[in-house]
Design a protein around this ligand. Structure first.
Ligand code: GLN
Ligand code: ZN
Length: 774
């Protein structure tokens, strides 16, 4: 064991995608075959080098382990799976004789190939980042493959840096894993902890031999009470894992980070373990209050890393308060450091890149680079005393005060309307009455539909880019979008779909599109954050009171409807999702903000109905994502989130069929919430988990329309008609045919036309076959 002190200021991780999405471009070029693996490696190395230099320039030390080595080509959970040899059987063909997997193989596991489905993907805690779910069985042969981790550490050393390798910790790794196919009933990945931990120990030894002073093991699963595992088991696992890892002779100092919430009852076992530093999320959680004497004693000998700079949001925030919170930890330990509350993976790189944003708004913001500088400031304050940073603290407080009083932040008309809401505004006619009124839609059994978007082709993107550059007039752009809508309508008619969509070509993004049309939002130019793999989103900034100056979608939907006799769905993004995928003001309860957005959507729904649209989908893919990790916080969340959806849709006539779409299949977790949304039809993801969800649906007694997805749109793979038919047969066995809808897992915007058309043909073919069996 080494005696290196933990650095006074650090961050838990940094965006990996690059300021100009360099990694996205390189990875996609590799997939497309335009660059080879060596070129991809070279570009990634360049990006890592630039990141280290940048972090040092912003005030993190070059040689004190304060710079995290947190790069990933695709996903950090996949990286951990590869590092410990947890390769599902179907991908073992990708391993070489020594069990190693090359870059191409790595991406194959992430994206699937032929009949080999990729690892399932799901949301990372309460964020919009998605990780790949490891598959662990009783026979998974754990073995260390640390080449990449060691190489990145060595690469940093060669450039004059002593960095801190970051890995998903063993307990979180297993808690996030699912049982491999064929594992016996009752098997839980965490059962394999004793076999996995030695592999981590071996890795620590190798890192030590390579010169690492500190290693960071991320254990966010410890803060989550929504993990499907008895809490005792989780607490035991911490003790077991960190006793073993901490007792190893030859290892770097261990920093266990617990982002996304308070550790709560996980603190005592972690404190008791022979590790050197613990990271506390003091943005979402609070400092440990009156720990028991044993815990208090153990904490006193550890470094407490105060996560006081919000890694999850983009506000400059109250720096003085952050300093106080970090400083207060000194009552628990003499060794206190500051850091971000989570990895900065969730925020864009640099607010200085946003030349088009209003300067006043900019002065209220902090993106990743600004947050690193804030950490450096607070670290200086801890080391040299508060006086040394007084000027920075005051400047942040002044910005906060300016924000509170700025025009648009509080708009009386919006507030009055909210204050006047009554219970009846949150309810529609009874479900049976609606079903009867919607008979006029004249739909067949097992109606087929899609989730909304069709492929966003290069032509569409180019047209939008040219509009932004001023090379196309608004009229020309609209004309091109109309042509696209017409193509998409004709295609759906030819395919034989029952409820059509306009394809959303005019939307750059399902949230940003609305943010640009609503008051109270600002949009960034370069504010990209990684969503999964090479996919990024550009969250808008919701900074003020929200209202709708004019209809947002009516023109497009009515144009599409004018082209066909089949119903075309009006397509809106729901209030919870608009909040979840934006950076939201933190100066009032989320529920208040959600209701403002809901009222704007309610007006839009009224306008769509008046224009003759009979089916309206309000997407809420993020409903589950925002679910608080702490059970005690969940009822209040479900109340405002479900309430805002009901407020948005509550004005719809009985004859209007309201759909919603949720992007995940953990139906059981939020079944009551989904029921309470009271949408006429709900589409969800189900293909990747091969329809497992229908069991939950049928046992829950859910009795509204439901469309479990039959086509995994996250991968370029085309499912065969037989495969879709098998999924549908599984669904009709559990769900009454009169309630079952047939649709893909999610929107098609990221797919190409070839695979989209082929997949939809197979879906229609399979549906016809299953209808004939009814
Ligand atoms: N209507 C959106 C689309 O089809 C829904 C996307 C989503 O759920 N993420 O793209
Ligand atoms: Zn979706």
């Amino acid at each position: 064991m080494t005696a290196h002190a933990f650095p006074t200021g650090t961050i838990l991780g940094y965006p990996r995608i690059g300021r100009r999405r360099e990694l996205k471009r390189a990875v996609e070029a590799f997939w497309a075959g335009t660059i080879d693996a060596a070129e991809l490696e070279a570009r990634a190395a360049e990006l890592r080098a630039a990141t280290r230099e940048r972090l040092a320039a912003l005030g993190l030390g070059r040689d004190d382990s304060s710079i995290p080595e947190s790069f990933s080509y695709y996903d950090q959970v996949l990286d951990a799976a590869i590092a410990v040899g947890a390769v599902p059987e179907r991908f073992q063909r990708l391993q070489d004789d020594a069990g190693r997997i090359d870059l191409a193989g790595y991406f194959t596991i992430a994206r699937g190939e032929g009949d080999d489905a990729p690892l399932e993907m799901t949301k990372w805690f309460d964020s919009n980042y998605h990780y790949l779910v490891p598959e662990i069985g009783p026979d998974t042969a754990f073995a260390l493959h640390a080449d990449r981790i060691l190489a990145e550490f060595a690469e940093a050393r060669a450039a004059g840096f002593l960095t801190r390798p970051v890995l998903v910790g063993p307990v979180t790794f297993l808690l996030l894993a699912k049982a491999a196919e064929g594992a016996p009933d009752g098997f839980r990945p965490i059962d394999r902890l004793d076999d996995l931990v030695p592999v981590y120990a071996e890795l620590l030894a190798e890192l030590r031999a390579a010169g690492a002073a500190w290693v960071q093991l991320d254990e966010p699963a410890l803060v989550s009470e929504s993990i499907d595992e008895p809490r005792d088991r989780v607490l035991d696992a911490i003790g077991v894992a960190y006793d073993v890892l901490g007792s190893a002779e030859d290892r770097p100092a261990i920093f266990v980070a617990a982002p996304y919430g308070a550790l709560g009852d996980a603190l005592p076992p972690l404190a008791a373990a022979p590790i050197e530093a613990i990271g506390l999320d003091l943005v979402r959680g609070t400092a440990p209050e009156r720990p028991d004497p044993a815990t208090e004693e153990s904490l006193a000998s550890k470094t407490l890393v105060a996560g006081v700079i919000d890694g999850h949001n983009i506000w400059r925030g109250d720096l003085a308060h952050a300093f106080e919170r970090a400083d207060a930890l000194r009552s628990l330990s003499s060794e206190v450091a500051v850091s971000t509350s989570t990895s900065l993976l969730h925020v864009p790189h640099d607010v200085d890149d946003e030349s088009d944003l209003d300067a006043r708004l900019v002065s209220w913001l902090a993106f990743a680079d600004q947050k690193v500088a804030q950490v450096a400031t607070l670290a200086r304050g801890l080391a040299e005393g508060r006086e040394s940073i007084e000027g920075d603290l005051d400047a942040a407080s002044a910005a906060l005060a300016d924000r509170a009083g700025a025009p648009g932040v509080r708009v009386p008309a919006v507030r009055d309307r909210l204050a006047a809401l009554a219970d009846r505004d949150f309810s529609r006619a009874a479900y049976d009455e609606r079903v009867a009124a919607q008979e006029s839609l004249d739909l067949p059994e097992l109606p087929t539909t899609t989730i909304g978007s069709f492929p966003q082709t290069g032509d569409i993107r180019r047209a939008r880019a040219r509009l932004v550059k001023g090379e196309l007039s608004d009229g020309e752009y609209r004309g091109l979008m109309r042509e696209e809508i017409e193509r998409v309508i004709r295609l759906q008619e030819e395919l034989g779909l029952d409820v059509l969509v306009h394809g959303e070509p005019e939307r750059n993004d399902m949230v940003q599109y609305f943010a640009e049309l609503l008051d109270g939002f600002a949009v960034t130019q370069h504010g990209w954050v990684q969503s999964y793999g090479s996919r990024c989103t550009r969250p808008s900034i919701l900074w003020g009171d929200v209202s709708r100056p004019a209809p947002m979608t009516v023109e497009w939907s009515t144009y599409a409807q004018s082209l066909t006799g089949k119903p075309v769905k009006g397509m809106l993004t729901g209030p919870v999702t608009i909040l979840a995928w934006s950076f939201v003001r933190d100066d009032q309860p989320l529920g208040d903000t959600a209701r403002q957005v809901a009222l704007a959507l309610r007006d839009e729904i009224g306008d769509l109905e008046s224009a003759g649209i009979r089916v309206i989908q309000v997407d809420e893919p993020a409903l589950r994502e925002l679910l608080p990790l702490k059970l005690a916080d969940q009822p209040a969340y479900l109340d405002w989130s479900v309430g805002s959806f009901r407020l948005a849709t509550g004005g719809a006539a009985a004859a209007t069929q309201v759909h919603t779409h949720l992007c995940y299949s953990e139906f059981g977790v939020v079944i009551d919430a989904i029921r309470n949304l009271d949408a006429d039809v709900t589409s969800i993801e189900a293909a990747r988990s091969r329809m497992e969800v229908v069991d939950d649906i049928s046992t829950s007694g859910f009795d509204h329309g439901i469309g479990p997805g039959v086509y995994d749109i996250h991968s370029p793979r085309v499912p065969s008609a037989a495969e879709v038919q098998a999924l549908l047969e599984r669904a009709v066995a559990e769900i009454p045919a009169s309630k079952l809808w047939v649709n893909p897992d999610c929107g098609l915007k990221t797919r190409g036309y070839d695979e989209t058309v082929a997949s939809l043909e197979h879906i229609i073919e399979a549906t016809r076959a299953v209808r004939a069996e009814l």
